[in-house]
Design a protein around this ligand. Structure first.
Ligand code: ASP
Ligand code: MG
Length: 438
């Protein structure tokens, strides 16, 4: 069985829901994981915020607004009165549940219940549609098998046992639907896998049922080799390894979070990124297979601050780096990239919240300078050291751009540079022109 996950925009309108139904209704057995319709979870967050602030009137307005949206969806989604009524009944129950939080104590427990309703609605609407179209479909409530521990981490063993038990009841069935994002915690209360968590649901489910493949359907045709907003000639990458994908993930290159792909990586299940708007397009396959060598993708991240610390005390000293890193730890600020010389150290951060405090404390170690408006450029691929020449090619492409940091060797999958943000577009284009053959 394959797992197919559709994000919010892929089920964002009645039309899109209908195309998803068409897409999954034939062929091999599938377990379909759905997000809430796009915009819904944000609206539910807003509603919860009003409840937190005891602003029941505003919450009620927002609930009414969202309910109206769903009435319209239902009207367009079904053709028969029977299914319009069924869906209306269901959705009205959910909205009266949302209204029931008014005037009561409101904590995270209630908020998580509210946030779960988007996926509960989308999966029910989808299942009703399939039933109206005579497509045999079983809805598996994620709250009955998706479990997290006290730290919000998925409990794989429990998920595996409970989900497989549920599936065993439906021998011979070929199409299952469940909610992404939502789960239960050890207290048995509704919880979630954090915003954007339905991709995670999909890979957890894939691992739990030993799926042959997990397909993540969004509205783009996979991972591109470079930023299409900056560079004209980009193309989707057909195949990349989990390690290469993890390097790119930090750059928000519309890709899965490293934690998200972990269950798939561990069970060696390929993850395909597919485009709902263009289902025939190949998309990107992420797997444990490292195919080919060479540079595959370039990504950039702006709004980087580079902190440089110069100190003669660093010369031959031990414990110096630890003391420097402790400052960042104290201010809960992750370091992204470091380069060192014998008497100096450059560090990049993207969280500027405690920049002043951090610099204040670092001045105890030596001379500190700060460059803001910097951009990290990351070149990802399979660049095992015995394949020589990659660094040369990259630096040659950038010969007319000033590069202030270079990091190479931490993994064979990336070379990372820092440039001034004003040179970013030029750098991405030069790298694109020189590193890829079109
Ligand atoms: N609906 C949830 C969100 O918007 C989960 C997801 O779509 O991945 O964050
Ligand atoms: Mg998403």
């Amino acid at each position: 069985m394959k797992v197919f996950k559709f994000g919010g925009t892929s089920v964002g309108t009645p039309e899109r829901i209908k195309s998803v139904s068409k897409l999954v209704s034939c062929g091999e057995p599938k377990l379909v994981v759905l997000s809430a319709m796009s915009g819904t979870t944000n609206s539910l967050v807003e509603i919860s915020d009003y409840f937190y602030k005891k602003n029941d009137a505003a919450a009620s307005d927002k609930i009414g607004e969202l309910e109206k949206k769903y009435f319209k969806v239902i009207d367009e989604l079904y053709t028969t009165k029977e299914y319009k009524d069924k869906a209306l009944d269901f959705v009205k129950k959910i909205f009266s549940h949302l209204r029931s939080f008014a005037g009561k104590e409101f904590t995270q427990v209630q908020e998580k219940d509210i946030l779960a309703q988007g996926e509960i609605i989308s999966t029910h609407l989808f299942t009703y549609l399939n039933h109206e179209l005579n497509i045999d479909t079983v809805l598996l409530p994620a709250l009955d098998f998706m479990k997290v521990d006290d730290y919000g981490e998925p409990v794989m063993s429990a998920i595996e046992v409970d989900l497989n038990k549920m599936l065993a009841v439906y021998q011979g069935k070929k199409l299952f639907v469940t909610q992404g994002f939502i789960c239960r915690n050890p207290k048995g209360l509704i919880d979630n896998l954090k915003r954007g968590g339905s991709d995670y649901s999909a890979t957890l489910i894939g691992a739990a049922i030993n799926s042959e493949e997990v397909q993540i359907w969004t509205d783009i045709d996979g991972v591109h080799n470079n930023d299409p907003r900056v560079v004209n000639k980009t193309f989707p990458i057909a195949q990349m390894s989990f390690d290469e994908a993890a390097e790119l993930a930090y750059f928000g290159a519309k890709i899965l979070h490293p934690a998200t792909v972990l269950p798939a990586k561990e069970k060696n299940i390929p993850v395909l990124l597919k485009n709902t708007m263009d289902p025939k397009a190949a998309g990107t396959t992420i797997s444990n297979e490292v195919t080919g060598t060479g540079i595959k993708a370039i990504a950039a991240k702006d709004n980087i601050a580079v902190i440089n610390i110069k100190s003669s005390r660093m010369l031959m000293a031990y414990g110096f780096l630890r003391r420097v890193f402790e400052v960042f730890e104290k201010y809960r600020t992750p370091i992204d990239m470091i380069t060192t010389s014998e008497v100096a150290l450059s560090i990049t951060i993207d969280n500027h919240k405690f920049l002043k405090e951090i610099i204040g404390e670092l001045m105890e170690f030596g001379t500190v300078s700060l460059s803001e408006n910097q951009t990290i450029v990351c070149i990802v691929g399979n660049m095992n050291v015995e394949h020589k020449g990659y660094a040369v090619e990259i630096l040659k492409a950038l010969e007319n751009i000033s590069v202030s940091m270079i990091s190479y060797g931490g993994s064979p999958y990336n070379i990372t540079l820092v440039v001034d943000t004003e040179n970013k577009n030029k750098a991405l284009n030069l790298l694109n022109d020189n590193l890829f053959k079109f």
